[in-house]
Design a binder for this molecule. Structure first.
Ligand code: SAM
Ligand code: DTB
Ligand code: SF4
Length: 332
């Protein structure tokens, strides 16, 4: 859990200095901070499942699930709870401790689909996994209902800086995003909030996004750093490939600014070598999405990731709940 003592009054200048420091110095510093705050051998393994796919009314320029772009995905209405439970069980057997369900919705509506998602949260929670959802905008009341069903975390990304946001998404505002994040916090759900690099943003945009994240009253417990997955049919399909050094710089800066947060090496691993991923872990990433699919795009398989863990001497982190139980057992 996040430590309330973490510094949250970073200035843009301070962040700029860290982000722009010589690369090896930056990695050395972030690796040092990582060691002070976390067990660097542990990496949390999370699994994503798209429970409602495609047909989204929003215009996020990176997203294969926006109805207005012609992408090659299988549109699917909301899955049945039993089916989701089967996926969650398999993910748990494969070593995953966090299960994140994504829906291609602009926002949650108070209807039967939401009731079904609440059921999904209940059954996955009962498996002892940390349950996370990413369903678009939420009201305070909806966040409370999710909390009541046992939701551990809610993912809602800022994606980029306030200024660049409007170049990427026009169907909602940065303030809409911030409002949902506040609703999630108020309901006592942990916050998973990060961004994407490779959207065509400048280094200043990245620094500004990191500034917003690291100056919240409480740091997000989880910060996913995604490299754009360039999907055919989206407006960003021809963007240049993300430079791995930019990814490492981003992870290292996030680690220094938010030392106790889980920094997630998220989308984009298909285009990274083992050595490149190793540098990301060294720089402070301590979580990945596992399983051969993210929401709609390919991801390394469980077997490939197991081999990587073996090679690098990493071990999957236990779920917070198990950790708490273990702590209780030790106390007893
Ligand atoms: N519809 C909800 C929303 O937008 O909040 C939840 C699902 S949405 C797919 C979750 C996140 O996935 C987005 O905020 C974005 O950061 C990330 N994402 C989507 N497409 C991506 C892509 N092509 N490459 C990298 N990240 C992507
Ligand atoms: C996040 O920051 N990255 C994940 C998760 N949160 C929901 C999603 C990545 C999606 C990549 C594109 C796709 O597979 O559709
Ligand atoms: Fe819809 Fe979310 Fe994709 Fe945007 S990122 S188009 S809101 S599914």
């Amino acid at each position: 859990m996040n430590q309330p003592t973490c510094k949250n009054n970073w200035s843009i200048e301070e962040i700029k200095d860290i982000y722009n420091s010589p690369l090896l110095e930056l990695i050395y510093r972030s690796a040092t901070v990582h060691r002070e705050y976390n067990d660097t051998a542990e990496v949390q393994v999370c699994t994503l499942l798209s429970v409602k796919t495609g047909g989204c009314p929003e215009d996020c320029a990176y997203c294969p699930q926006a109805a207005r772009y012609h992408t090659d995905i299988n549109v699917q209405s909301l899955m049945q709870t039993d089916e989701v439970l089967e996926y969650a069980k398999k993910a748990k057997e494969a070593g995953s401790t966090r299960f994140c369900m994504g829906a291609a919705w602009r926002e949650v509506r108070d209807n039967r689909d939401f009731d079904r998602v609440l059921d999904m949260v209940k059954v996955v929670n009962a498996l002892g996994m940390e349950v996370c959802c990413t369903l678009g905008m939420l009201t305070e009341h909806q966040a409370e209902k999710l909390a009541g069903a046992g939701l551990h975390a809610y993912n809602h990304n800022l994606d980029t800086s306030r200024q660049y946001y409007q170049e990427i998404i026009t169907t909602r505002t940065y303030d809409n995003r911030l409002q949902t994040l506040e609703n999630v916090r108020k309901a006592g759900i942990t916050v998973c909030c990060g961004g994407i690099i490779g959207l065509g943003e400048t280094h200043e945009d990245r620094i500004e996004m990191l500034h917003v994240l690291s100056t919240f009253p409480r740091h997000p417990e989880s910060v996913p750093i995604n490299a754009l997955v360039r999907v055919k049919g989206t407006p960003l399909e021809n963007n240049p490939k993300v430079d791995i050094w930019d990814m490492i710089r981003m992870i290292a800066t996030a680690r220094i600014l938010m030392p106790a947060t889980m920094v997630r090496l998220s989308a984009g691993r298909m285009e990274m070598s083992l050595a490149e991923q190793a540098l990301c872990f060294m720089a402070g990433a301590n979580s990945i999405f596992a399983g051969d699919k993210l929401l709609t795009t390919p991801n390394p398989t469980f077997d490939e990731d197991n081999a990587m863990f073996q090679l690098l001497g990493l071990k999957p982190r236990v779920a917070f709940k198990e950790e708490n139980n273990l702590a209780e057992e030790v106390i007893r």
